[in-house]
Design a protein around this ligand. Sequence first.
Ligand code: DGL
Length: 271
Amino acid sequence: MDTKKLKKRPIGVFDSGIGGLTVAKSLFDILPNEDIIYLGDSARLPYGTKSKETIILYSIECLKFLLKKNVKCIVIACNTASANALPFLQKITKIPVIGVIAPGAEAAVNKSKSERIGVIATMSTVQTDSYKKEIHKKNKGAKVFSKACSLFVQLAEDGWTDNKIAELVAKEYLSEFKSLDIDTLILGCTHYPILKSTIQKVLGRKIKLIDSGEETAKQVKEILINKELLNPQKKAGEHKFFVTDFQNKFKEISERFLGRKLGKVQKIKLT
Ligand code: DGL
């Protein structure tokens, strides 16, 4: 296909729900002239507690929806879907499919001096050991300590991000990282950046936090530059949002995750 036309196509992004709006936010900031189509599979949220087979199946359906929208590349904003389904999705299409694990792992390896890195994520992401594997591709000697912090997802959705409960939960989950002497912690779930200030408070300033979504957005930009696929338009990109269900308090949660007003959102069916 003619690259002039290809450049003008949108970027597709999908997540298990609206958590991936934290990743979309980074994409909007880093690639302001790109048109972006976001799909949140909110009807089937959470992916983080589901089996690998189910996550792959759901992810393929999300990918196919975006392919029908003629996107030029696909970003898997969901850590759980990236950890479980990335190679399967990459086999389905020739366009670049980018997950959040490798960019987050690479940034952690680059930032860590002690080569002791912590990872927090959903149960399913932790079980795949994907972050550990990606970290070891860059630094075989690094020590990686992973922990599932399931309650953070609900806290972020309820907006309980800076209160006593959030702090107590964070202390319970994260205290062991202090004695493990890590100097870098990967926020390996779409929802965790919402709790960043509480996590930082509990861990102290010396531990650097890596936001995988932000790192992914930087890598998407690099890929588009290398493949000469950056949209040449001067105007601000158009953003379209699709969900498979309107969960409770949808607007309030979405706008908290996105950090700005949300445009029109369309409800669709994937199957
Ligand atoms: N989006 C998921 C992730 O980043 C968190 C929510 C879920 O479990 O689906 O892993």
